[in-house]
Design a protein around this ligand. Structure first.
Ligand code: HEM
Length: 502
């Protein structure tokens, strides 16, 4: 967008770099959190670094997160930051391809498809899918042999990615997607997914085969959904209460129903938004449980306590119960604290924005200003792992969430309160933003709407796996920051052994 911006006295400090255009791309790309912590020591909570010709102003800490995520979309703009990455994948007229107020209406439509009734119906379906997977997938051969003394291994990322797409398609995406998962759909999905990388973010148009495959896959995927919608419109198709069904009934404020392409493109957006975020979190959770057998055992005992029926067998979970299980809930919260899937949240700066003195001390020439044409970047991951906020920040300790007076519980309450305090922009209330040091689902207008669904998917996954097997791993792998979503580095093989409860 902008290659040269003159350095002004009111600009926040610029991170030192040797290479003019490349700037700090290598340090940031290899380990963004370490880079941010190092810069914070030298420059404070607000600084600008050069990322391949872009000037990116980072604001750290809960105040920095709130400054950016609670900022107005007219000045800190998400469309301008992301559309070149997402529109070729999702398609026209949705998400960042439309003005923010239209996208906010679309988010409201999606919420209808995520109603409590729908979520309630999904738990059993998710459980079924996971149990079927364990019974049939070659990764679980030892499990299938029904020998409780034999240990096997599975690549946690590979397995959880498959389970995530199976469960999301059985529920949100609908039965037509589920039926096609092992066919053409998987191929389109992979080609789209290969277009969702940091390279695509940094270089919107490269003459590479992967870009061409991405574009071709978008057309096919969009047609695939449009065909489903057209068939459903004839009224001859039976289906569960899924997202497509909900979207087909939604109208914009001007009374217009969503058209087939818009529904198709929203469905692709949801597929991409939920797949890696949930599968990364599920993988990290199982890795930590495998490395901490005592916590896994406590979790298993919790399942036995809550779900053993009068016949001595474990009964299925319900949506309502999932959030009331203290150990399970803490395991998910703690995993999201240490491994929020999105390490950098960006906006494009459409107008000069003064930085509040509470966030960064004024320069000798007066206040600092984030200049128009920069990007801003929030990283809740930094405040979530800040050792000055969290005791033993680098330790995965689910029990920190159980102390009702502790930092974690307070941070969680502040984060929840955000849902209570809403601003009405005229098209429905959205959350105001928050200064909690815990924000794994973002904050403000762009806050995640998939949170409840993700909790459901993760809670059911973790419960079902813990009921089925014991797991072990010597050490939890490091973060791989070279993908858009922070993943565990390979190797990430978990050893497992079947339990004998059935
Ligand atoms: C937005 C995290 C799962 C749909 C976000 C944002 C974060 C996030 C941090 C804010 C992005 C920004 O401000 O630019 C997560 C995590 C997940 C998860 C940690 C799972 C553990 C899902 C799922 C769905 C979903 C399952 C769909 C069913 C969305 C949507 C947005 C969003 C539509 C709004 C983007 C915007 O307004 O710009 N998510 N997400 N997410 N997420 Fe999620």
């Amino acid at each position: 967008r902008q290659l040269v911006i003159p350095r002004k006295a009111t600009d926040p400090p610029t991170v030192f770099h040797w290479l003019p255009i490349i700037g700090s791309a290598i340090q940031y790309g290899n380990d963004p959190l370490n880079f941010f912590f190092e810069c914070q020591k030298k420059y404070g909570d607000v600084f600008t670094f050069i990322l391949l010709g872009r000037r990116v102003t980072v604001a750290l800490g809960p105040k920095g997160n709130n400054f950016i995520l609670g900022g107005k979309s007219t000045v800190f703009n998400a469309e301008d930051a992301y559309t070149h990455l997402t529109t070729p994948i999702f398609g026209k007229d949705v998400v960042y391809d439309v003005p923010n107020d239209v996208f906010m209406e679309q988010k409201k439509f999606v919420k209808v498809g995520l109603s409590t009734d729908n979520l309630r119906a999904y738990v059993g379906m998710i459980e079924d899918e996971i149990e079927e997977f364990l019974k049939n997938d070659p990764s679980f051969r030892t499990y299938q042999m029904n020998d409780i003394n034999e240990w096997g291994t599975f690549d946690v990322v590979q397995v959880i990615q498959e389970i995530t797409i199976l469960t999301a398609s059985r529920t949100l995406q609908g039965k037509e997607v589920r039926e096609n998962l092992n066919k053409s759909f998987a191929e389109y999905y992979n080609d789209l997914d290969n277009g969702f990388t940091p390279i695509n973010f940094l270089f919107p148009n490269l003459p590479l085969p992967s870009y061409r495959r991405r574009d071709a896959a978008h057309v096919k995927m969009s047609n695939f959904y449009v065909d489903i919608i057209k068939k459903r419109r004839t009224g001859h198709d039976d289906h569960e209460p899924d997202m497509i069904a909900a979207l087909m009934q939604q109208k914009y404020r001007n009374g217009r129903l969503l058209n087939d392409e818009e529904i198709a493109h929203i469905m692709i957006a949801l597929l991409m938004a939920g797949q890696h975020t949930s599968s990364a979190t599920g993988s990290w959770a199982l890795l930590h449980l495998a490395a901490n057998p005592k916590v896994a055992e406590a979790l298993y005992q919790e399942q036995i306590k809550y779900f053993t029926g009068p016949d001595g067998k474990m009964r299925p979970l319900t949506h309502e119960e999932l959030r009331t299980l203290p150990i399970l809930d803490s395991v998910i919260r703690e995993t999201l604290r240490m491994h929020p899937p999105i390490h950098s949240i960006m906006r494009y700066v459409r107008d000069d924005v003064p930085i509040p003195a509470t966030l960064s001390a004024p320069s000798k020439d007066g206040i600092y200003i984030v200049p128009k044409g920069n990007y801003v970047l929030a990283s809740p991951a930094v405040s979530q792992s800040d050792p000055t906020v969290w005791k033993d920040a680098e330790k995965w300790d689910p029990y920190r969430w159980n102390d009702s007076e502790g930092v974690a519980a307070q941070a969680f309450k502040m984060y929840l309160d955000e849902n209570g305090e809403k601003i009405d922009y005229g098209f429905g209330a959205v959350s105001k933003g928050t200064e909690s040091p815990y924000q794994p689902f973002g904050a403000g207008k762009h806050r995640c709407i998939g949170e409840q669904f993700a909790y459901l998917q993760l809670g059911t996954l973790i419960s079902t796996v813990v009921r089925a097997m014991e797991m072990r791993i010597d050490r939890v792998p490091d973060h791989n920051y070279h993908t858009m979503i922070t993943m565990p580095k390979a190797p990430r093989n978990i050893s497992y052994r079947r339990r004998n409860f059935d």
